[in-house]
Design a protein around this ligand. Structure first.
Ligand code: SF4
Length: 380
């Protein structure tokens, strides 16, 4: 296997207490979640830890990242999350493999007990919030059609004010909605006062286009970048932009949505199924089903699967247009699920190409312009 897996997105719960309109798990093309057990059992957690440990030892990995994911991961419940963390940490420690835990939550269930439990087990948590109430509640509704803004803001405040909150919480994640003024979102970010504000483009592709025209994403991303860049605050991070900038300075960034580096991510479902990243679910029903399960399949056996192989290839698997693109080393063809075309192949530029290429050029230009005059030449 050319790129060993070191990031494991593990579905500890396969249901959600929200019903977001853009959700790639439950509201796009794929309906296979209906056949998944609601939560990850101890047996699957033990199998996962065993397979991960064997893979890590075989590839000489000293550490792995275990992301507890859903659905909504907190629906797994406190005792189960504690048990999963304990099982995985103890089994990996036997093989001298360190594990870093994190989770992405909608925040609806956060209380003081959760904060203490997550801190006790060193599980970092990110909270999803899309912006001010009118934007957030347009998309992130519960199953009765009620907005979730008040509860998510309550969760963020609780995480910030709890004495152990800073041990586990430092970032929120927003799905880009071009209807919100980027400046208003930057002001909202200042109001909630959280250090990290990560962005995610709505999962879409050439068969299922994004909700707004591509030019709107181009203009929005550039305006949000400028607002963030010009504020120049040391305690405000946008990982999406910072990753692009790090790559422009020659850093090796491991991320699956930009950059085109080989991808090291594997998804483990609640029933132990092994799958590529969830975002593929925006392509067609059943796309992530590889027919492989932890119970019977070693992780190295996935190397021959065509979808895993293509996902792991990074830039080497890009279409001709991307291969010859001047933005390729930063953009990397965008996120592979976003390249899916009407011909049923991924042999296309990202559906967001018209936004990504201008964004890369814009960021490059802003960095270049910010350099002292005598250094402008080296960044040309
Ligand atoms: S900017 Fe477009 S053509 Fe260039 S690498 Fe990205 S998706 Fe491909």
């Amino acid at each position: 296997m050319s790129t060993p897996f070191s990031t494991f997105v593990v579905k500890v719960a396969s249901r959600c207490n929200l019903n977001c309109d853009y959700c790639y798990m439950y509201n796009l093309e794929d309906r296979t979640y209906r056949n998944q057990p609601a939560v990850l059992t101890d047996e699957v957690a033990r199998n996962a830890a065993g397979r991960i440990a064997a893979h890590a030892v075989a590839h000489d990995l000293g550490a792995v990242h275990f992301i507890m994911h859903g659905g909504e991961p907190l629906l797994a419940g406190k005792r189960r999350i504690a048990r999963i963390a304990t099982i995985v940490r103890e089994l990996l420690a036997l093989h001298h493999v360190q594990v870093r835990f994190s989770m992405q939550s909608n925040g609806m269930l956060i209380d003081d007990e959760w904060i203490e439990l997550l801190a006790d087990h060193a599980i970092r948590i990110g909270v999803s919030v899309d912006g001010p109430r009118e934007v957030h509640d347009q998309h992130r509704l519960d199953h009765f059609g009620n907005g979730s803004f008040d509860r998510v803001i309550g969760a963020i405040e609780r995480l910030k004010s709890h004495p152990r909150g800073p041990e586990i919480f430092s970032n929120v994640l927003a799905v880009v909605d071009t209807d919100i003024d980027p400046e208003a979102l930057l002001e909202f970010w200042d109001e909630i006062d959280v250090v990290g504000f990560d962005l995610s483009l709505p999962h879409a592709n050439h068969l299922h286009p994004p909700p707004a025209p591509i030019e709107a994403y181009r203009d929005w991303l550039i305006a949000f970048f400028d607002g963030w860049f010009d504020r120049n605050k040391a305690n405000r991070h946008v990982r999406y932009f910072e990753n692009m900038m790090r790559m422009m300075f020659g850093c090796q960034i491991s991320t699956d949505n930009i950059g085109g580096k080989p991808v090291d991510v594997l998804v483990i479902e609640t029933d132990g199924s092994l799958e590529p990243t969830d975002a593929f679910k925006c392509c067609f029903d059943g796309v992530t089903k590889l027919g492989a399960n932890l119970a019977t399949t070693a992780l190295d056996e996935l190397a021959d699967n065509p979808l895993i192989e293509a996902f792991q290839k990074g830039s080497a698997g890009l279409c001709k247009t991307c291969q010859s693109c001047e933005a390729r080393d930063i953009c990397g063809g965008g996120y592979m699920p976003h390249r899916f075309g009407t011909d049923g192949s991924f042999d296309h530029p990202s559906v967001y190409c018209g936004a990504l290429k201008p964004l890369v050029h814009h960021i490059h230009g802003r960095i270049k312009d910010s350099l002292p005059a005598q250094m402008q030449g080296i960044a040309a």
